[in-house]
Each structure stands twice: as C-alpha cells, then as structure tokens.
Design a protein around this ligand. Structure first.
Ligand SMILES: Cc1cc2nc3c(=O)[nH]c(=O)nc-3n(C[C@H](O)[C@H](O)[C@H](O)COP(=O)(O)OP(=O)(O)OC[C@H]3O[C@@H](n4cnc5c(N)ncnc54)[C@H](O)[C@@H]3O)c2cc1C
Length: 463
C-alpha cells in the first residue's frame, strides 16, 4: 500500500523501524496509526490482501507483530477507557490501552485493602489489551484462573470487508474463538470488555523456597496448588547431574485486608543503549545462577508481605533490559508439555540445555491447570511450561532450539508463538491441531512475518 492510498484516511502512513523484543530482527515498516476506533475500522476496510498486521506494544519476543516491507497498524492510539461498572467489575476499554494504565487507575486499595485487579497478568504490565488477547497471555495463576482470554466478555473486531463485529461466546462465537490467541490474523481488535476480579487485599503474601533437584519442584508444586494462587519456579539451567533442575519455588496469595499501591506506569531505570557486546554470556550466566541459587541463605526459605509489583513484574523494573543481550539479540523459548510427560520431558530439555552450556538467568518452570483456553490456537494447555532466553550465538543456538522443539513436539507439546523465532511449520501444525479450523476465520488482509514463516500466508500471496 502506498502512502498516498491513505492520505484521506484518519491516519497517514509513514515508514518506521520496528523490532522484535528479542532484537533478532529490526526492519522498516510502513505504519498506520489510527487515533480512534472509527479510524481503525476505516483503515481495516481499505487494506489490500495479505498486507497488514496490528501491533500492540511490541513485547512479543518473536515475529508475530512484525511485517517487514508491508504494513503495521500501530494500535497504541486506541487508549481510552470506555466504561467501568464498579458493582460487576466489568471494564470496557479500547484495545491499545496498556495493562499498566488499567492497574494505575483501577487497582487502588479500598480502606480495607481490598480492590479490583486484572485477573491474569503476564510477566510484564507494559502490554496492550489487544496484544494480551491476540496471544491469549497467561500469568502465574494460570493453574487456577486460566488464560487472559477466559476473562474477555466480548470484543469488537474490524474486518477488511468493512464490518465491525461484536464477538463473544454468544455472538459470532467462532470468530471470538479464533481471535483469542489468533495472533492478530482475524482483523483489528478495537475494544474489549474484561471481567476484573475483586481480591480481599491487593498486597501479596509471598514465599520463596530453594529446592535441590527437579523432582522437588513437582512435590512443592503439588503441595502448593490449592492454597497458593500464584506459583512459578526459577531454575538454574546450567546445573547438571544430581543438581539438574534445582531452583527456587515462588508462591504467593492475596493478604486479606492489606492494600498495595498500583505499580508505576513506567520503569524508573532504563538501559539507554545497546552495548557493542552482549553482557549475557557463559561467564555472567554461571556467576548469576550460582549467586541467585544461594540468595535465600542457609534457611533456604523466605517469606514477606508486600506489593504485587515485584512478584508479578520483576523484569519491568529496568526499561529496555532486552538491550543487554547486545546487537545480536536473543531467542526466547517457551513450550508446554502434557502432564503425563511433564517430569521426564522437562528433565530431557534441561539436560540438553545444560550440556549445550547455553541458556540464561531467566528460566521459569510453571504448571498450567485444566482450564481450557477459549482460543482455537491459544498456547496454554494442561501441562508444564518451561521458558528461557538464549543469547543469539547463531547456528549453535538455532540447532539447540531445533533439538528442544523436537523433544517437545514428540511428547505432544507445543511452542508459544509469542516467544518464537525458530519453530518449523510442521511443529506448529502438530502442536495446534485446530489450525485448519482457525484458518477459515483469518482475515484475508492480514499477514505477518510469523504467518509467512508458518505458511499461513504463502510468500507469493504477499504481493
Ligand atoms: C518481560 C516479558 C515478560 C513476559 N511474560 C509473559 C508471561 O508471563 N506470559 C505470557 O503469556 N506472555 C508473556 N510475555 C509476552 C507478552 O505478554 C505478549 O507477547 C503480549 O502479547 C505482548 O503484547 P503487546 O501489546 O506488546 O503486543 P505485540 O507484541 O505488539 O503483538 C502481539 C500480537 O498481538 C497482535 N495484536 C496486538 N494488538 C492487536 C489488536 N488491537 N488487534 C489485533 N491484534 C493485535 C499482534 O498482531 C501480534 O500478533 C512477556 C513479555 C515480556 C517482554
């Protein structure tokens, strides 16, 4: 689409550089930035076939929100609250609003410490509602409350045939199911109604427990499932042998009657520039892991009551921390494997990572529960999910990622598109058995780097 095509539209097109959060790819994109839902609908109605994809706040590690040489529709201008019903906790807002803005306005403690909270929060609050829906994101309470999409009451979608459709489990239910976790490929999400939840206290009682080997994770996790709402473990991915899978188990729950202020809308510190070399390498990872593993001291357990910010969003404290990986960037890997294979397959994945001597400080292991995500191609499914970063060492890293992918898919698991930059088409099709059904709902105008890489849109179509 040329700039002049859009000159009469509510948002003129311009060219801008956009990257993935992992900085593997940065590319020029023609961008359109609507300022209103009507403007976004008009833009959608004018998009040629296979031309565009929505972009939220760019916090996806891979290429789901990239479209080099084509168009990005930057949704951040759709950032208005529309309505909030304080009796039911239903919030209607535009899709470009950030979770951090919702928390800042709505998650203020009442006199008794109770308050309204977003039901599902991923590891960063700097993402949009549209991005949270399109990736059907999960948080540390996935075992109890499922994914973000489980709490979407309805949404409005702009399609390239000019229609503006309300989608919910009752109205256009097939398109609703395709849009939750649909990677932006069903059209532009304009607005959404979210069901917030009332919590007895906005502060959290949190406990960290060191454990020595992988099987201890499973014991702690089974013990914690009922009484602790938020759970996840940090794993020392370089530990091998007897210590394979050692880590720190983190669990938290709301402290009734204790309030907590909403977290800041922006990080107070930031990495200003990308350093010429990665600060994350074998030496720094080994040193960090050894120190972190001992952080709880000889008692090997620590509890505290405090704000939810540090429990939910530890990485948000430093803006642009992704730059620390240097100009080559990094890959993130997140996979889920079914419960029946969880322990042996996690062991196999960790052994592979440990013997390759790759991997990072940020390694998270967590259990998804049995709540079925509403999306046709949502990532969460019952099982154990492992997430970690790999500094980009070129071929060696890609080969390791391919080995991990094979292990996951052979066990009936799947890779998370929001974090992916290397999955094969075969693994995507195997991991997401409803893919063919999903494709019937794709908007013909939509296309992304991920969609082309996965063969959802063939390269020759994207002219
Ligand atoms: C530090 C960090 C921690 C994270 N932790 C977690 C975690 O715990 N759990 C988890 O699930 N994820 C996690 N993520 C990933 C992140 O939550 C998701 O990638 C999220 O979807 C990004 O939202 P965004 O607004 O930045 O969207 P983008 O990354 O810009 O886009 C994501 C997808 O949404 C689509 N999209 C965006 N807006 C719209 C719209 N209005 N209409 C239609 N489609 C749209 C895009 O096309 C794209 O397919 C983490 C990311 C970071 C950086």
């Amino acid at each position: 689409m040329s700039g002049s095509d859009m000159s009469a539209s509510p948002a003129a097109s311009r060219t801008r550089l956009y990257g993935s959060w992992g900085n593997i790819l940065r590319a020029e994109h023609e961008t359109l930035a609507p300022r209103s839902v009507d403007g976004a609908r008009e833009i959608a109605a004018r998009l040629p076939a296979h031309s565009a994809i929505a972009r939220g706040n760019g916090r996806s590690y891979g290429d789901v929100a990239l479209n080099p040489g084509r168009t990005l529709v930057d949704m951040l201008g759709l950032d208005h609250f529309i309505a909030f019903d304080a009796t039911t906790g239903r919030l209607r807002c535009e899709a470009g609003i950030l979770l951090s803005d919702i928390l800042a306005v709505l998650s203020r403690p009442d006199r008794d410490g109770s308050g309204w909270l977003l039901p599902v929060m991923p590891g960063t609050r700097f993402i949009t509602v549209g991005g949270a829906i399109a990736n059907d994101v999960h948080g540390k309470n996935a075992h109890g409350l499922g994914s973000f999409g489980c709490h979407v009451v309805d949404l409005e979608l702009a399609r390239s045939d000019g229609r503006r459709l309300v989608c919910s489990p009752e109205e256009n239910p097939d398109l609703f199911a395709a849009t939750i976790g649909g990677l932006g490929l069903t059209g532009l999400i304009l607005t959404a109604t979210l069901q917030l939840r009332r919590v007895p206290g906005l502060a959290l009682e949190a406990e960290d427990i060191a454990f020595d080997r992988l099987e201890d994770f499973f014991t702690l996790d089974a013990e914690s499932a009922q009484a602790w709402e938020y759970t996840a473990a940090w794993i020392d991915c370089l530990a091998g042998g007897e210590a394979l899978g050692r880590g720190i188990y983190m669990r938290a729950r709301h402290a009734p009657g204790v309030g907590a202020p909403p977290p800041a809308r922006a990080p107070s510190r930031s990495v200003p520039l990308t350093p010429p070399l990665s600060g994350v390498n074998g030496l720094s990872v080994r040193a960090f892991n050894a120190l972190y593993w001992r952080k709880l001291g000889s008692k090997r357990r620590k509890s505290h009551v405090g704000s939810y910010e540090k429990v939910f969003f530890p990485l948000d404290a430093i803006g642009h921390w992704n730059r620390l990986y240097g100009p080559a960037g990094f890959y993130q890997f997140q996979a889920v494997v079914p419960p029946e294979h969880a322990e042996p397959v996690t062991r196999e994945l960790l052994a592979e990572i440990s013997s390759a001597r790759q991997g990072s400080m940020l390694v998270v292991l967590k259990r998804f529960g049995d709540i079925v995500s509403p999306g046709l191609i949502s990532f969460p499914m019952p099982g154990i999910t492992l997430a970690l970063d790999f500094p980009n060492l070129g071929d060696a890293t890609r080969k390791l990622l391919a080995r991990l992918e094979r292990i996951v898919v052979a066990a009936g698991g799947r890779i998370y598109p929001a974090k992916d930059f290397s999955m094969s088409r075969e693994s995507f099709a195997k991991g997401y058995p409803a893919l063919q059904d999903f494709l019937r709902h794709r908007d013909p105008a939509m296309s992304s780097a991920f969609a082309r890489r996965m063969g959802i849109v063939e390269e020759e179509d994207a002219s």
